[in-house]
Every structure is written in structure tokens, then in C-alpha cells.
Design a protein. Structure first.
Length: 692
């Protein structure tokens, strides 16, 4: 028997980006474990990825190209050869590319976070065609935009420092489910005497284990941040030296914050005045005493109308109290801006002959149903989906389904399994999993460049995304030498070795070691140096004003709430959020039997008072609905959901729901205040019992 151990990386959409060690026996991967030497992974994997071999060797893996033989949505296919599949796709795309290239649309996201298997050869292919660009907004662009206006880039506290904080605000995240290695650090901080406070409408697994849970109304985080500023300023819990030297616009901010009394803040957020005042005093008091205070915010806070402003307001807080002076002080939204990636070298935007239109992935439901027009451009005639499952994850799902159901829409899907989206494909191409290809990775939770080596040969006839787009490029007659670059050649240009942060980057060396930490300071803004136009933390942003936004921290109420839209709330009085289920990652892993068994079936958590007034008992089936649609789930009557809120942990494949639907039947295609991002958690619904 030949046994080897291969260095790899978890590819999934999670901040932890774990370093993996894959045991291979006679060409078969028998175990996937965390690398004990990697400082953030420390040998520990989440339940999902520790079972990665179960996914790779799943009995339902797609292993051969397929062609649709039934109606769209029926999921009936016949096996064809790769030659036939590639020739069929090229024959359909060529006339469209010659006549109206923007009628071709890529649709992809973070099915893999890899720089090579994500957007490299695929981007080159679509740029050469002149296809529509895809605005990849569906997760975090609202928060990234608000953070960038304030801080200058996605740079924050190093995950390896959080255990040294004396206060950690876990704001809009559930790291036990979606950021396990940060949670390990937070637990260490707790043992060292730190206080952990969760700010979240829902009492999640994480909130249950914190010292305090502040259950504010969905979409009111920006107001809470303003209320905290009010108290910090009124009670002089400030670092005046840091403000004077490293911030811009304090006097204007002072006037704005004065409007947000604890009483107004508490009323807006649906919490007590004491919760506002005590939190500000704790945060500012510890900072004033020279202790590190940290905020770990995540993506939940930004999936509402004012999501970008929410993150902007939070990002102002550390500069007010001088928290950035400490390595364990400040805020982290994402560490992704720390990496000197060379996206232009990977994606080759220079192949574009002109700048095509951009279609927002969040509004795909509307955009697939739009006819040609001068304002929109040509009707979408072909969609190539990879690293994504839009039928499950995009909002306003009935419209998404109607768009993909168009018989005149040519749809190609690269996938591992027969997802909801695959059911609507004309051609299905089997893709490799992370154990079967090469890739290079950044992280949005830590600061390590990572290398993924192929551990096993591709299963069946599966091919890497890069190889599929090489084959398509050749069939389309594209002769630029860039379409012959190997995966190793692509990975070798993933990072800029001339940048001081990636000094000594060498792809072959990285493959051997598996990971290399960026050369960055422990406390990125201890002495200012923010990557903003002014070089300071910008409480007042001239760029925001130029972009038509309020240049100061502000509060935008949700589109849909009792306070902001009482007429709608009279019909649909319950706010709904749909955060990730612990055993899934977006719509990935839903079909892994052991994980689905652990999750059970789609549930809706509802407060006992809201359940009683509707005659709903625990365990009964309920229908959740609004003007956009409805879905069915099993009620869990629990005070984890605050009164007026229901929580549907997601994202289930629609075909695995009782009624073939999921939570995105009721979510909206409306966009955030900035970043053109989705408003998944800005949703009003009604809930009723389903007759047995």
C-alpha cells in the first residue's frame, strides 16, 4: 500500500480558509484533517469539511457531460461525450458572440474561493467574447463599500490577536457556525477575562455562549452604532489624540451623533436605554483604561437597505476610542484587502475590446426576464453557471425560476451534483472538487497565502473549471496564448512578489509548505496610515458626497419593517431573516446525507407569543408568505427568535423542501444603500398553520 499526505486548502466561502492534510492510500483520499502546524487551523476542522471525502466520493457525483432531454426543471438528461458537449456549446455561443456578445452572461460566485478555479481562465474566456460582466454582489459588497469609505480597504484585526482583547463585540455573526477558528480565539479571550457580547436579532448558538446578547431589530445596527457614538462623545470616553491625528470630520460627526440620544436609539432598535448606555460605557471605558477592545462584524448586518451604512458606522467606533493602537483592538469585517493579488494578470481585462454592460447577480430574476431595450441592451440568450447555484441562493426565487425556465435561454452549468440549477440546464459539465485540482487561495479571515495541491486524479470524466474554459476557448477559435496557461502558471501569478506584503512569494515553494503569512504589521493602524484619500479614518467622506450619499454616518430604516412601512406590516407583520444553517455553507453540503440528517429539515423559529396568536404549536408545519411567494417549514417555537421575528436557517436546496421551495421565495431583489448588494434580511412575512 502506498500512503501519502497532500497539502490542500478548504475552498469554501468561510473566513477560516483552513489548511488541510489529505491522506491518500493507493490513489484514494481516505481522510481530510486540519493542518496542526497552521497557526489558525491548528488541526481543527468544522463538521462539514472534516467529511469532505464523503462529498468527493458521493454516489450522486456528476461524472460525465449531460444533455437535457426533458423539459426545463424536470432534471432529465442523457450522457454525451466531452467532444459533443464542447462542440454543442461552441455552436450555440458563436452566433450570439458575433451578433450580440453581451447576450452571453457568466453567473458565478464562491462555490470555490480559489483564485485559479474561481475567476481566471473563465474571466479570460468571457472577456475575449465581450460578454456581459457580472456584478458579484450577493454576499458582502454593501459592507465592503461602507468599510472602504471609512477605513480605505478590507483590512482589520488579525484573527491571531483576538484572544488578547478584553472586550469582543460579535456583531451580526454566528462564528460557531461560520467562523470556528475565530470563535476558538474568542473563547481563549473569555478564559483570560474578556467579556463577549453578541449583537444579533436572533439568539444564535454563539449568542447563547456570550456574556450578553443584545437582540436588536433587524436592520437597525447603524442606529445602534450612532447611539454608541452619542454616549462616547457625551461622556468623553474618547481618545482625543488619536482623533486629532488620525481621523477626519470629528466635529461634523459630533453634531450628527448628538441627534442619537440613548432614548431614540433604544426606540429605533427595539432594545432598552440601559443596553445602549452600558455597552458604550463598557466599550469606551475599557479603551480609555488602555485595554484592547475589538469588534468582529460579519455579513449579516449588511443584508438590509442600510447595510453599507451599518458597517460604515461600526467602522468609526475604533477610531473614536483609539482601539487601533492595540494589535487586539479595532474591527474586522474581512482581511481580504491585505492580500496583494494580481487579478488583472489572472483575468486579463485587456482582452476586452470595449467595456460591456454589467448585470447584477442579485437581480438575475428580473434580468433574465427583461426583453431587449436601449436601456438594458440585448436580452440574455445564454448563461454559463459555475461555482454557483442561483436557483437556490438568489432572491425572489419565483422570478429566478421563471427566467431559467425560458426555453429560448441556453444554459450551461458546471457542477459536482444535480442542484436546483442543474435541473434547468441544457448542457451539464462535471467539475472537479478541491481534492482533484490545483488552486491558490487568499483568506478573508486570516493573513496566509495558501496553496492547494491535487490529492487524487479527477473522478470519472470530471474536469477542472480552468480546463473546461480552455476547451471552450479552443472550440471558439480563440488563439491568444493566454488560453494555454496551465493551472500552475496561473497560480504563479496569483500574488505580486514585488509587493512587500508577499515578499519571497514563490508558487513552487508555497505548494511545498502549504501556506505563508503576509508581511504586515500586527496593529495595522496603530499610527494611522489608513488607505483612504486623506490617509485618515474618515468620519466625513467627500467621496461619499461625490457618490450621492450622506457623507456622515447615518441611519436608513429597512425597506420592510413595522416602523418604516406600516401599511405593508399590517399584512405581513413579522420580520424574517435567513442566516446560515450550521451544517451547510450557502447551498453547499445540503446533499451530504450525514450533514442533512444533522440539520433535519427546513425549520422556522418563531417566538412563543407570535406562535400562540396564530394557533401554531411546536413541530407543526407552517406556511411563510408575502406578495413575492411562499414556502413551507416546520415550526420551532422558541424565544431564540425575538418577538416579531421569524428565522429560517438556510440555504436549503429547493428540491429538498416539503413543497419544492426555500426561504428565497419571499426575499426581495431590492438593493442596499451602497454596493448594489442584496437585502435578504429586509423581509416582512406572515406565517400560518398548514392544515395536516
Amino acid at each position: 500500500m502506498t500512503t501519502t499526505q497532500v497539502r490542500a486548502v478548504c475552498p469554501h466561502d468561510c473566513p477560516d480558509t483552513c489548511a488541510l492534510l489529505v491522506t491518500v492510500e493507493n490513489g484514494v483520499a481516505t481522510a481530510v484533517k486540519g493542518d496542526p502546524d497552521h497557526p489558525t487551523t491548528a488541526g481543527v476542522l468544522c463538521t462539514k469539511v472534516s467529511r469532505y471525502t464523503e462529498r468527493t466520493y458521493h454516489a450522486e457525483r456528476l461524472l460525465h457531460p449531460l444533455r437535457r432531454v426533458g423539459k426545463k426543471g424536470e432534471g432529465k438528461f442523457e450522457r454525451i461525450s466531452w467532444d459533443e458537449a464542447i462542440a454543442t456549446i461552441a455552436a450555440r455561443l458563436k452566433p450570439i458572440a458575433e451578433r450580440a456578445p453581451e447576450a452571453i452572461l457568466p453567473y458565478s460566485y464562491c462555490g470555490t474561493m480559489g483564485l485559479v478555479q474561481g475567476e481566471s481562465m473563465s474571466s479570460r474566456f468571457f472577456n475575449q467574447i465581450g460578454a456581459s460582466l457580472l456584478d458579484r454582489t450577493i454576499c458582502a459588497t454593501a459592507g465592503f463599500t461602507g468599510y472602504k469609505y471609512t477605513i480605505g480597504g478590507s483590512i482589520g484585526v488579525d484573527m491571531e490577536q483576538f484572544q488578547n482583547a478584553k472586550l469582543i463585540l460579535i456583531w451580526g455573526g454566528n462564528p460557531i457556525a461560520s467562523n470556528l477558528h475565530f470563535w476558538t480565539r474568542a473563547q481563549e479571550a473569555k478564559r483570560n477575562g474578556a467579556k463577549l457580547i453578541a449583537i444579533d436579532p436572533y439568539r444564535s448558538l454563539t449568542a447563547e455562549k456570550c456574556h450578553q446578547h443584545i437582540a436588536l431589530l433587524p436592520g437597525t445596527d447603524a442606529a445602534l452604532a450612532l447611539g454608541l457614538m452619542h454616549v462616547l462623545i457625551a461622556e468623553d470616553l474618547l481618545d482625543h489624540d488619536y482623533i486629532a491625528n488620525h481621523t477626519l470630520g470629528f466635529e461634523q460627526l459630533k453634531q450628527r451623533a448628538a441627534e442619537w440620544t440613548p432614548e431614540r436609539t433604544a426606540d429605533t432598535c427595539g432594545i432598552s436605554v440601559a443596553e445602549v448606555v452600558d455597552l458604550a460605557r463598557l466599550y469606551g471605558g475599557l479603551a480609555k483604561a488602555g485595554e484592547p477592545v475589538a469588534i468582529r462584524t460579519n455579513y449579516g448586518v449588511q443584508r438590509v437597505r442600510g447595510g453599507g451604512m451599518s458597517v460604515r458606522n461600526m467602522a468609526c467606533l475604533p477610531a473614536l476610542v483609539g482601539a487601533w493602537r492595540h494589535a487586539a483592538g479595532g474591527i474586522q469585517l474581512s482581511s481580504g484587502g491585505s492580500f496583494p493579488t494580481q487579478k488583472a494578470a489572472l483575468q486579463r481585462p485587456d482582452l476586452l475590446k470595449k467595456i460591456p454592460r454589467t448585470i447584477n447577480m442579485t437581480t438575475i430574476g428580473d434580468d433574465l426576464l427583461r426583453p431587449s431595450s436601449p436601456s438594458f441592451g440585448p436580452e440574455v440568450e445564454a448563461v454559463i453557471v459555475y461555482n454557483a447555484n442561483p436557483l437556490a441562493i438568489a432572491p425572489d426565487s419565483a422570478k429566478v425560476m421563471a427566467g431559467f425556465a425560458r426555453e429560448d435561454l441556453f444554459t450551461v452549468v458546471l457542477e459536482h451534483f444535480q442542484t436546483d440549477t442543474v435541473d434547468y440546464a441544457d448542457i451539464v459539465l462535471p467539475a472537479t472538487t478541491q481534492l482533484e485540482h490545483v488552486d491558490a487561495h487568499t483568506s478573508y479571515g486570516h493573513l496566509y497565502m495558501m496553496a492547494n495541491n491535487a490529492a487524487i486524479a479527477p473522478m470519472g470524466e470530471a474536469k477542472a473549471n480552468t480546463e473546461i474554459f480552455r476547451l471552450l476557448a479552443a472550440a471558439m477559435g480563440f488563439d491568444d496564448p493566454c488560453f494555454k496557461d496551465s493551472d500552475d502558471q496561473l497560480a504563479a501569478v496569483a500574488f505580486n512578489p514585488q509587493d512587500a506584503r508577499a515578499i519571497h512569494f514563490d508558487w513552487e515553494a508555497l505548494k511545498l509548505k502549504g501556506w505563508q503569512k503576509l508581511n504586515v504589521p500586527d496593529a495595522p493602524f496603530a499610527h494611522g496610515g489608513f488607505p483612504t484619500p486623506s490617509g485618515k479614518c474618515e468620519f466625513y467622506s467627500a467621496q461619499m458626497l461625490a457618490d450621492g450619499l450622506d457623507p456622515l454616518p447615518a441611519y436608513l430604516p429597512p425597506y420592510e419593517s413595522v416602523a418604516s412601512n406600516p401599511e405593508l406590516a399590517a399584512r405581513y407583520p413579522l420580520a424574517m431573516i435567513s442566516p446560515p444553517a450550521r451544517n451547510f455553507l450557502n447551498s453547499t453540503f445540503v446533499n451530504v446525507k450525514s450533514l442533512r440528517s444533522a440539520e433535519g429539515e427546513p425549520h422556522l423559529d418563531i417566538h412563543p407569543g407570535d406562535a400562540a396568536s396564530r394557533g401554531i404549536a411546536d413541530g407543526e408545519m407552517v406556511r411563510i408568505f408575502n406578495d413575492r411567494g411562499s414556502f413551507v417549514a416546520k415550526a420551532r417555537v422558541t424565544d431564540k427568535a425575538r418577538a416579531g421575528l421569524v428565522v429560517g436557517l438556510s440555504v436549503w436546496w429547493k428540491k429538498l423542501g416539503r413543497d419544492g421551495k426555500n426561504a428565497n421565495e419571499v426575499t426581495s431583489q431590492r438593493l442596499t444603500d451602497m454596493g448594489r448588494a442584496p437585502t435578504f434580511y429586509d423581509t416582512l412575512v406572515q406565517v400560518e398553520r398548514v392544515a395536516a
